[in-house]
Design a protein around this ligand. Structure first.
Ligand SMILES: NC(=O)c1ccc[n+]([C@@H]2O[C@H](COP(=O)([O-])OP(=O)(O)OC[C@H]3O[C@@H](n4cnc5c(N)ncnc54)[C@H](OP(=O)(O)O)[C@@H]3O)[C@@H](O)[C@H]2O)c1
Length: 274
């Protein structure tokens, strides 16, 4: 089979809302066929080029079925965008194993299952693009979102290891690290049981922290800004290994990289009310 050089057929997860819905729309408007997967299996207004698919990234069979369907209908799968995600909020102390698993299940294991389901077809084609939607919080750990931060850091790390393992196969990986984006993410956030206890020792700081992060998110970027960054990567001959959309967040990423930990931790703790 002659290797493809252009992305036309895409599997996207988390397409029923926010960043995923905006990205699917943008890619479809730019001539791509997007299988937009989510548990709801919806993708907003019916749009030419978007095929809604019911898909749960936590269910391996569901990921494999989606890939088989795409290959059967299109004969190829050029790109996968692992965007499905959730956020759990609460102090690390008192977080249960079940809550930790809930966070890692979708953001890490779910993305991994999706990628693993796509790889055999991409290998066969000698072409593929794997995009993971992580977060600036994968490189900037914040209080009370330690589980989310660490899940995104894990996914970022997996994406970069994978990009090395896939050298020479024609398959590339890129992680997109959004900052605050105004989506359904804020309303869908769940809370650890211990964070809701009346005698939670972190209550006062947490309330200030939560008010701040909710404000940052709801006044954040439009989800289409992330869609544009994804589209740009898919069009490149060589994708970036990691990409932080928008200059101010890029700057944050740079500062975090050069700042000594002994300075970084107290500054962030103060800024985020820990
Ligand atoms: N909003 C932000 O500020 C921000 C910042 C950085 C990174 N991100 C990341 O961006 C990604 C998209 O989030 P968003 O902001 O667009 O939030 P959102 O509006 O809540 O969208 C989340 C999407 O994930 C899907 N999803 C959740 N669990 C799933 C599962 N098990 N299987 C399949 N789909 C699943 C949801 O659809 P169903 O419920 O229908 O399954 C929904 O379409 C996430 O990975 C998030 O961590 C967001």
């Amino acid at each position: 089979m002659k290797p493809q050089s252009k992305v036309q057929v895409v599997l996207l997860t988390g397409g029923s809302s926010g960043i995923g819905a905006a990205t699917a729309r943008l890619l479809a408007e730019n001539g791509m066929t997007v299988y937009s997967g989510s548990r709801r299996g919806t993708a907003g207004e019916p749009t030419e080029g978007i095929i809604p698919v019911r898909l749960d990234v936590n269910d391996e069979a569901s990921c494999r079925e989606a890939v088989s369907r795409i290959v059967e209908e299109q004969g190829r799968l050029d790109a996968v965008i692992c965007n499905a995600g959730n956020g759990i909020y609460g102090p690390i102390e008192g977080t249960t194993d079940e809550e930790t698993r809930y966070q890692f299940e979708t953001c890490v294991f779910g993305s991994l299952k999706t990628i693993q389901a796509c790889l055999p077809q991409m290998r066969k084609q000698g072409f593929g693009r794997i995009i993971t939607v992580t977060s600036v919080m994968g490189i900037l750990q914040l209080p009370y979102q330690g589980l989310y931060s660490s899940a995104k850091a894990a996914l970022l790390s997996l994406s970069e290891s994978l990009s090395m393992e896939l050298r020479g196969t024609g398959i590339q990986c890129c992680s997109i690290l959004p900052g605050d984006v105004a989506t359904g993410f804020t309303a869908a956030r769940t809370f650890t049981a211990s964070s809701k206890e009346p005698d939670c020792p972190y209550r006062e700081q947490m309330e200030k922290n939560l008010a701040q992060i909710e404000k940052d998110e709801t006044t954040g970027m439009a989800p289409s800004a992330i869609g544009k960054a994804i589209l740009r990567q898919l069009r490149r001959r060589k994708m970036s290994v990691r990409k932080i959309p928008r200059i101010d967040y890029k700057l944050v990423g740079f500062i975090v990289r050069i700042l000594p930990e002994e300075w970084k931790i107290p500054i962030l703790a103060k800024l985020y009310h820990a």
